[in-house]
Design a protein around this ligand. Sequence first.
Ligand SMILES: *[C@@H]1O[C@H](CO)[C@@H](O)[C@H](O)[C@H]1NC(C)=O
Ligand SMILES: *[C@@H]1O[C@H](CO)[C@@H](O)[C@H](O)[C@H]1NC(C)=O
Ligand SMILES: *[C@@H]1O[C@H](CO)[C@@H](O)[C@H](O)[C@H]1NC(C)=O
Ligand SMILES: [Cu+2]
Length: 231
Amino acid sequence: MAPLRSLAAAALLFLATHAHFILNLPPSLEGGNMQESLEPNAPCGGGAPDLASNTATDFHVDGDAISVQLGHPQANFLFRATLDSHAAGNWTQLFPIVQQTTRGNFCEPVVTAPKDWAGKKGFIGVVCDGPDGLLFQCAAVNFVTGTNTAAGSACTNGTGVTAAFVADKSLSGLVGAGASNSSGSTSSPTSPSPAATSSSLAAPSLLRGSGLPVASVAVTAVMFLVGVALL
Ligand SMILES: *[C@@H]1O[C@H](CO)[C@@H](O)[C@H](O)[C@H]1NC(C)=O
Ligand SMILES: *[C@@H]1O[C@H](CO)[C@@H](O)[C@H](O)[C@H]1NC(C)=O
Ligand SMILES: *[C@@H]1O[C@H](CO)[C@@H](O)[C@H](O)[C@H]1NC(C)=O
Ligand SMILES: [Cu+2]
């Protein structure tokens, strides 16, 4: 049974180290040294948000890419942003809450921010609602005018990755009127009209219902192997 046992151990290790999610774009505060065990910490996981010291990259307010890598078969994502120098609050939702199905890279190429943020610094925050609760990552950014058309191969969707807009109260409570620190906010959260973007997502969401995702079957199979090996 030794081979099976080590295979199962390897599979378990794979699952343990490839769970959670990674913020690919904009570059996250922790860069390549992301500590998954700290990801449940709001607002930025293991990142220490401080505009005075963080390295910022440009984020185009008329459309820029947000790319994540998901290690779970399915999770919901909130893309939000703030001008607060320590990401302490006043989060504005940038995109409808979107559910990714299938592990791998998921990139939204045209996420917009309020136009009057151009010229200011702030944070893009990504919150993942998956099987192990809410997980947080942030990127420090310079909001700039225009559209980013240069993300190219850094912004792609993994094979079989699909997405659909969903309702998620845990995530929607983290922005706008529901958030704890938005009472002073004068403008309503700027999110693109769902009508404009939902059509492109409608087809994937229909396909999702058509059968068992291959990924969850694979995970179930691996879990079964692990269970057998541990008996
Ligand atoms: C990834 O998939 C989503 C959902 O279908 C889509 O909106 C987005 O444009 C895709 N990204 C790329 C880079 O094609
Ligand atoms: C909102 O943020 C301000 C400034 O950081 C802080 O003084 C205030 O206590 C916060 N309010 C809530 C409800 O968190
Ligand atoms: C949130 O915005 C309000 C109004 O602009 C401001 O008074 C408050 O200090 C801000 N709080 C944080 C945490 O940025
Ligand atoms: Cu996880």
